[in-house]
Design a protein around this ligand. Structure first.
Ligand code: COA
Length: 330
């Protein structure tokens, strides 16, 4: 059983930071950022909560799908940057869009979130005959986690949301999800610490392998993540492709996670696929974590590049370290 993407929508914040704007806080320049990453500018949420962006994108996706939101049976929100530990962002979005007959939960697989969510949505549709539509919303405000004194990371990210309404279909589908938690400390942000009133000595054999992180600030080992990413993208495709015996030449569009154009170029070379077959949006969005694949997918559809009946490979990687691929017919 496959899925059909009925409709998509997106929202990006009004505030745009150009490369030169970063010279206000760090020693950098437009040329370094462009040549090392391919990024020119990125939207950053000045006032918009993450949930707000998700609601806006979701409303547009429902409108594009032309469905009654009361017929949505499940809302999955993927994010690494929720405004609240609780409630889930999915419940906020479910209420805002009028999905009054729906369950809702959050899913965090960092930048691979949309790939994980699509796979999860398909499984729900396969096992629950009463479920007609699933709404997936990928919403991120990485800017709220950024260390604006770390020039190696703060220039990479952007904020935004993209959503999709999914239904079951007999179209081509394959997916493969993976995680390598041995690299969990290469890309991380600490969410909480024990209050001083109740803290006590840890046992001698307890080992917190994570660096002594500032609360709510993203830590990144850029070089190691780069190495992982250039392996993870081609592997994600290979794992999903071999399940259904499809070759790279049969794929019309590759939609990779948008972190650094050099990572995408290296992956394209490893796969033996021309860059012309890759949708690249990071020049104007930066890395928007789980929103980056659906933002690129939606832009490809809106520009008329991606057409119904074409075969797509969605390949992602991110903190965790997670990675995974989906192959589907649009
Ligand atoms: N502006 C100017 N100079 C910068 C800079 C910036 N924004 N950031 C780093 N530099 C400097 C470094 O300090 C270093 O200077 P030095 O040689 O004097 O020490 C030099 O540029 C080279 O740094 P390096 O880290 O080797 O650069 P790089 O070519 O490896 O690029 C990243 C750094 C972060 C762009 C790259 O490693 C990367 O993209 N990693 C993957 C990150 C990622 O994808 N994260 C998200 C995953 S979901």
């Amino acid at each position: 059983m496959g899925i059909n993407i009925l409709g998509m929508g997106s929202y990006v914040p009004e505030q745009i930071l150009k490369n030169d704007d970063f010279t206000r806080f760090i020693e950098t320049n437009d040329e370094w950022i462009r040549t090392r990453t391919g990024i020119v500018e990125r939207p950053m949420a000045g006032w918009e909560p993450t949930w707000y962006m998700g609601c806006q994108a979701s409303r547009k996706a429902i409108e594009a799908a032309g469905i009654d939101p009361a017929e949505i049976g499940l809302v999955i929100s993927c994010s690494a940057t929720s405004d609240f530990h609780t409630p889930s962002m999915a419940s906020i979005i479910q209420d805002s869009v009028g999905a009054v007959n729906s369950g809702a939960f959050d899913l965090n697989a960092a930048c691979t979130g949309f790939v994980y969510a699509l796979d999860t949505a398909r499984r729900f549709l396969e096992t629950d005959d009463d479920l007609k539509y699933v709404l997936i919303s990928a919403n991120e405000s990485l800017s709220k986690f950024l260390d604006f004194t770390d020039r190696g990371s703060c220039i990479l990210f952007g904020d935004g949301a993209a959503a999709a309404v999914i239904e079951r279909s007999d179209k081509l589908f394959s997916s493969a999800l993976r995680s390598d938690g041995s690299g969990a400390d290469l890309l991380c942000a600490r969410a909480m610490k024990v209050p001083s009133e109740i803290s006590c000595e840890a046992p001698a054999d307890f080992n917190d392998s994570f660096p002594d992180l500032q609360l709510h600030k993203l830590f990144q080992n850029g070089k190691e993540v780069y190495k992982f990413a250039t392996q993870a993208l081609p592997k994600s495709f290979a794992l999903a492709a071999e399940k259904i015996g499809i070759t790279k030449d049969e794929i019309d569009w590759f939609i990779p996670h948008q972190a650094n154009v050099r990572i995408i170029e290296t992956a394209a070379k490893k796969l033996g696929v021309s860059m012309d077959k890759f949708i690249v949006t990071l020049d104007h969005f930066g890395n928007t974590s789980s929103a980056s694949i659906p933002l690129a997918l939606n832009e490809g559809i809106e520009k008329g590049l991606i057409k119904r009946g074409q075969k797509l490979a969605l390949i992602g990687f991110g903190a965790g370290l997670t990675y995974g691929g989906i192959i589907l017919e649009y």
